[in-house]
Design a protein around this ligand. Sequence first.
Ligand code: BES
Ligand code: ZN
Length: 458
Amino acid sequence: MSLFENYILSQKENFESKWFEILRIPSISTLEKFKPEILKAADWFRNRFLEIGLHSELIETIGYPLVYAETPAVADAPVVLVYGHYDVQPPDPMELWQSPPFEPTIRNGNVYARGATDDKGQFLTHVFAVESLIKSGEKLPFQIKFIVEGEEEYGGKGIDHFLHSDEGQKKLACDCVLVSDTSMFGFGQPTITYGLRGITAFELFLTGPNRDLHSGTFGGSVFNPAIALTKILSQFIDEKGVVQVPGFYDDVIPLTDRERTQFANLDFDDNAFFEKIGLSQGFGETGFSTNERRWARPTFDINGLTSGYQGEGSKTIIPSKASAKFTCRLVPNQNPHTIADSVRKFIASQIPPGITWKLEVQHGAPGMRLDLDTSKFTVPMSNALEKTFNCSPVFTREGGSIPVVAEFQRVLKAEVLLVGWGQDDDALHSPNEKFSLTSFHSGILASARFFAELAQQQ
Ligand code: BES
Ligand code: ZN
């Protein structure tokens, strides 16, 4: 066993306790009042980088700060940029957590906490890998950079803006962006994710009368905003799961036969997949398999609806207002701005009499895809994965979004390598988010072996 592998084994407890430290910081980016915690989390990462001897700095942005770190530059050698995010989603509904979301707790070999996997635990595997290589005296004949953002879960505007500045492009210049913020295709099955969906997020506000009205006195004589909202939203998809917004599919590149065969050959059981989430069956666009629907087809989803009286008993009113948050997941080549324009037109054509409306586009990002045929970094990564998990990786796409990755490809002309250590049932964004301790430690080993493979190639 090499020195760095020994070091990794010897540091298991230490790595876990460091990981728990950052999980205790509730760095929720979507809620303004958690800003101090966001800043605390950024500082925590900076201090970790400094402790392992890297140059590190906080970079102010138009949003929350980025944490940057780097090993010394090496001429004529590749640069790997490791990307992650230190922010997390809100924990609610709180009452469904079996242990407090910001008090990491071990049960059945898993660590339960908000951010356990998404993305603090996953990102840290690379920090610990680099620490292990440095502390055990390994030579790094190429440069490793780290960039950690604090608002990925809220659209990533700070990093996007930085990436479009000269300073950003200089600082983040690299050949490969390594990201662990996705899942494995089953426990112990290493996975390289070569595509992600993009997203456009909206909030629609409808207003009717200037106050809640008595539904007896006024019912039948005015358009009810809650009815207007449900009518409009119900037009978005038909009974075949096809999005009805004109032009929605115009830029979608159809799945190739090769890709469809590759997806179909994955070991995947529809029934088991739906059973795990308490459903007797799934639903989606006719003519596509479950994995095609969730990885490679665009969608419309309502994320939240608000209107009228929600308290106990009944209240006979016509609400004054109704609103909804909704998102479209996009596939590569669909433009989030074009989609936002089409959605706006689609809504405008359906506003009933007496109702005023406002549509806010909250954030948007395109989907991404890595060309596996020309990729230079999947081979060393596959070797590292094979050594660690004793089986070769599968290649999948995934349906989630990491807003900045498509821009990394476009602006930095870098290869984006998505290698996750999570599981589909890790409950990201849900109560009782978890990350397996085994996956965490394997992730550290695999990451260090990837860097060691690259070192050997130099
Ligand atoms: N880690 C996820 C992305 C992800 C989820 C990739 C599932 C693959 C499978 C990431 O942190 C995330 O949740 N991103 C948000 C971004 C959005 C708010 C702009 C998402 O996908 O909802
Ligand atoms: Zn994430």
